[in-house]
Design a binder for this molecule. Structure first.
Ligand SMILES: NC(=O)c1ccc[n+]([C@@H]2O[C@H](COP(=O)([O-])OP(=O)(O)OC[C@H]3O[C@@H](n4cnc5c(N)ncnc54)[C@H](OP(=O)(O)O)[C@@H]3O)[C@@H](O)[C@H]2O)c1
Length: 302
């Protein structure tokens, strides 16, 4: 496992991070504990959750695991706050996350997405209060367009407030728009980039067949809102090309899609999702596989 500095912060994070959205949902407490145990065994130190995951249940499961395993010192813990991003709500949400996670300080506190209805200054000031009061070590954002992150950085700079040290965007063989503006901005401003859904929530494993019902209990069954992003002609065309390449190389679409996401230039850590310990092992295997620049270019061309 490689470890990288996040933005200009003092946090060092594993180049694979464990996304915790499945905990208390697809994965019960026992399965979640096994996944987190395996992740730590394999060198993963970054854990990403959110108040929105299972309405706080994911944070509770992570908090219980950390307390029972005494794992706090070995992990970097990131969580997120959801709309509305108003001052009092952000401050109260952070307190609630701290309680569920059973910790005193959140390593990285992220805005889950842009809130066009909340005054940005108010949102950013609240984040600064959290850092100054020792409730959060660093702050970041997720699902921000480059202009939104740029505007936030500018206001934080002008006001002398804690700046965004990380951004968390969607990135995989279908979700590629960050290559145009967000990644160059992040490189220029030294912002850590934590990408999510390298497997498209499981789409690139090939478990979803065009025109067939989704497997019961799978991600696309539990979170059907993701389906329109992947289930379309272009998505299946990319998957078919990926399968042809995997067959020719004697590997799997899963490993290739993960390795592609992990080899993206300018990415600090790739957040994987898992509903079993084998999924953690596969992500580690994909990292070991690596991708030559030529193979990456071929897959990008899909
Ligand atoms: N900021 C945001 O808005 C946002 C949005 C999404 C995710 N995230 C973060 O990013 C993390 C990762 O996202 P993601 O969970 O969508 O990532 P992903 O790696 O694209 O998808 C994970 C899902 O794919 C399936 N899977 C994973 N490995 C597999 C394997 N080797 N073989 C077969 N199936 C496999 C599992 O679902 P099944 O077993 O159910 O098929 C697993 O839950 C999340 O946990 C969360 O922390 C953030």
């Amino acid at each position: 496992m490689e470890y990288r500095v996040l933005g200009r912060s003092e946090l060092r994070v594993s180049s694979i991070g464990l996304g915790c959205v499945t905990f208390g949902r697809e994965a019960d407490v026992e399965a979640s504990f096994a996944i987190m145990d395996r992740a730590v065994e394999r060198g993963i130190t970054l854990f990403d959750t959110a108040e929105a995951y299972g309405a706080g249940r994911s944070e509770e499961v992570v908090g219980q695991w950390m307390a029972e395993r005494g794992a706090r010192g070995k992990t970097v813990l990131a969580t997120k706050v959801t709309h509305p991003l108003r001052r009092e709500r952000i401050l109260a949400s952070a307190e609630a996350s701290l309680r569920r996670l059973r910790i005193d300080v959140i390593d990285l506190y992220q805005l889950h997405s842009w809130d066009g209805d909340a005054p940005l200054e108010e949102t950013l000031e609240a984040l600064d209060v959290l850092v100054r009061s020792g409730k959060a070590r660093y702050v970041g954002c997720s699902n921000f367009a480059a202009w939104q992150l740029c505007k936030a950085l500018w206001q934080q700079d002008v006001r002398g407030w804690a700046r965004m040290e990380a951004v968390q965007p969607h990135y995989n063989l279908i979700a590629r728009d960050i290559e145009r503006e967000l990644l160059p901005l992040s490189a220029d401003q030294e912002i850590g980039v934590l990408t999510y859904s390298p497997l498209g929530g499981g789409f690139f494993t090939g478990k979803y067949r065009q025109g067939e019902a989704v497997p019961k209990g799978s991600r696309m069954d539990v979170a059907p809102g993701m389906q329109p992003f992947y289930f379309h002609a272009a998505g299946y065309r990319i998957l078919t090309g990926l399968r042809a390449k995997a067959d020719a190389l004697g590997t799997s679409t899963t490993l290739l899609a993960l390795a592609w996401a992990m080899s993206g230039p300018g990415i600090t850590s790739v957040l994987i999702g898992a509903s079993s310990i084998e999924h953690v092992d596969q992500a580690i295997a994909a990292q070991a596989l690596g991708l030559s620049p030529e193979l990456r270019a071929e897959l990008s061309a899909l």
